[in-house]
Design a protein around this ligand. Structure first.
Ligand code: NAD
Length: 497
């Protein structure tokens, strides 16, 4: 199956069959490819080529650059099924979610095409007569992209589509767990470039097949003015100071620890459905996965019973076969989940679910029953992101207490409240409410759409991607003061004669 899909996506076999680094499918642990990891010299040469490509691309008018992104979006529409399938085979999310990821890529292309005609600056009133003051936006340079395994294609596209219309070239280091999806995106972009014509330089977009070392090389290089890195907080802690040491810019999209406050007035049918999708979708391996349920004590028992019943009905298995929950990415993820559950048990928490599933059918595939863990309070274990389907449940008495719990973790990505009380809803999204980058009302914390800025505060890294005014991150701002008078007045009324 993999060869047929890769063939239709236009990836030459030589790129994914001839290396010595094995790529496996989490579905059953079978090898689906072998890639050659690139060393420091290869990264060095790619950066030089990206710089050269930038010099050419930045001269192409922005609406014309938008045309390339439009053509790329068309390629994605045509190959949505194949790319979605590849994402599923390589990272193990169910096909519906694989297709959803490709749809997000199409949506960001649409947004970026429109944006290519709206890279607008400002005119600002000057205090000096006969002067114009303006703010202009210029292309920035090569953008270095480091991405995580759990969203192997969409976060790249959030950055790439906007960076391309902004006049930048791309250097993408995907997760070493999901390199084939990256090769496929590159192949589709190259098809769009061929259709677009000569104005798109050959090295406009490059994939670096490498591990953490390749990422570090990228982070250290001053020829790459912006690093956009998606992954764990641990990775962000390593990347951020390296980029800062050379005064580069970074967009960091790191770990989350997302909560739902469930108030007594909530529509519980809706809330239970939202809990299910956001806590077990992608087998708990979304940065926005619901990890903490903060439920009012008066409805705790009823909610727990309904959620446990819903959990019991989930189909777990082959992500290509219509199940709701696929495998964890690998054995290490499984071990981390089990060790978190063991610690919870030692601390007296009540654990529901969490057992390995289908081990006989898939000895090398790590399927688990999503877990619900009733904890007495928000201790260190709960404050950590364990990248697996574990839902910690806590209860609250008054809304301020719930808000304090929502905000009482180091991460600040996504959050939500389910309530029909307008005061609680508005308080949650107010400046005194949730401290997260995303705060939703009567919608779960995961499943963001293109258009809003996506990202989070605190240890989530502070980056924003995929909508609103984030295109500005991919450009450099310039303030221009133009004197069209015959005098030379100084600002602040300073006299210098
Ligand atoms: P990871 O941190 O292990 O790896 C992410 C990427 O960083 C990989 O490409 C890896 O090779 C690279 N990397 C690792 N160490 C590096 C270093 N020192 N220098 C440069 N590059 C380095 O993360 P993962 O296991 O692939 O993904 C899961 C994590 O990503 C979770 O914490 C999840 O919450 C987070 N995530 C966040 C978002 C978001 O938008 N906030 C989105 C998806 C995933």
């Amino acid at each position: 199956m993999i060869d047929a899909v890769m063939g239709r996506l236009g990836v030459p076999e030589a790129l994914y069959r001839q290396g010595d680094y094995p790529v496996t499918s989490p579905t059953d642990g079978a090898e689906i490819g072998r890639i050659a990891l690139e060393g420091a010299d290869a990264v060095e040469s790619r950066i030089a080529r990206a710089r050269h490509a930038f010099e050419q691309w930045s001269r192409v008018p922005a609406p014309r650059r938008g045309e390339l992104v439009r053509l790329f979006g068309e390629q994605l529409r045509r190959h949505k099924e194949d790319l979605g399938t590849l994402v599923t085979l390589e990272c193990g999310k169910i096909l519906q979610e694989g297709l959803g990821e490709v749809q997000e890529m199409i949506d960001i292309c649409d947004l970026a095409v429109g944006q290519s005609r709206q890279l607008y600056g400002l005119t600002i009133a000057s205090e000096r007569p006969g002067h114009h003051m303006r703010e202009s936006w210029h292309p920035l340079g090569p953008v270095g992209l480091i991405t995580a395994f759990n969203f192997p294609v969409a976060p790249w596209a959030w950055n790439a589509a906007l960076a391309l219309v902004c006049g930048d070239s791309l250097l993408w280091k995907p997760s070493e767990k999901t390199p084939l999806s990256a090769l496929a995106c590159q192949a589709l972009l190259e098809r769009a470039m061929a259709e677009f014509g000569d104005e798109a330089p050959a090295d406009l977009s490059q994939v670096i097949l490498g591990d953490r070392e390749a990422g570090e090389r990228l982070a250290d290089d001053p020829r790459v003015p912006l690093i956009s890195a998606t992954g764990s907080t641990r990775m962000g802690r390593e990347v951020a100071p390296r980029v800062a040491a050379r005064f580069g810019r970074s967009i960091l999209e790191l770990g989350g620890n997302n909560a739902m406050i469930l108030a007594p007035s909530a529509d519980l049918d809706m809330a239970v459905r939202a809990i299910l999708f956001s806590a077990v979708g992608t087998a708990g391996q979304r940065c926005t996965t619901l990890r903490r349920l903060i439920v009012h004590e008066s409805i705790r028992d009823e909610v727990l019973e309904r959620v446990k019943t819903a959990y019991t009905g989930i189909s777990i298995g082959d992500p290509m076969a219509g199940n709701l929950v696929g495998p964890l990415i690998d054995a290490q993820a499984y071990d981390q989940m089990q060790s978190a559950l063991d610690r919870a048990r030692q601390q007296g928490a009540r654990v529901f679910g969490g057992e390995r599933q289908l081990a006989e059918t898939y000895p090398n595939g790590y399927y688990v029953a999503p877990a619900i863990v009733e904890v007495p309070g928000q201790d260190e274990l709960v404050k950590n992101e364990t990248f697996a389907p574990i839902l910690y449940v806590m209860s609250y008495r008054d809304f301020d207490e719930a808000l304090a719990l929502n905000n009482g973790v180091p991460q600040g990505l996504s959050s939500c409240v389910f309530t029909t009380d307008v005061r609680e809803a508005e308080a949650f999204v107010s400046d005194q409410g949730s401290d997260c980058g995303i705060a939703n009302v009567n919608i779960g914390p995961s499943g963001a759409e293109i258009g809003g800025a996506f990202g989070g505060e605190k240890e989530t890294g502070g980056g924003r991607e995929s909508g609103s005014d984030v295109w500005k991150s991919y450009m450099r701002r310039q303030t221009n003061t133009v004197n069209y008078s015959r005098e030379l007045p100084l600002a602040q009324g300073i006299r210098f004669d």
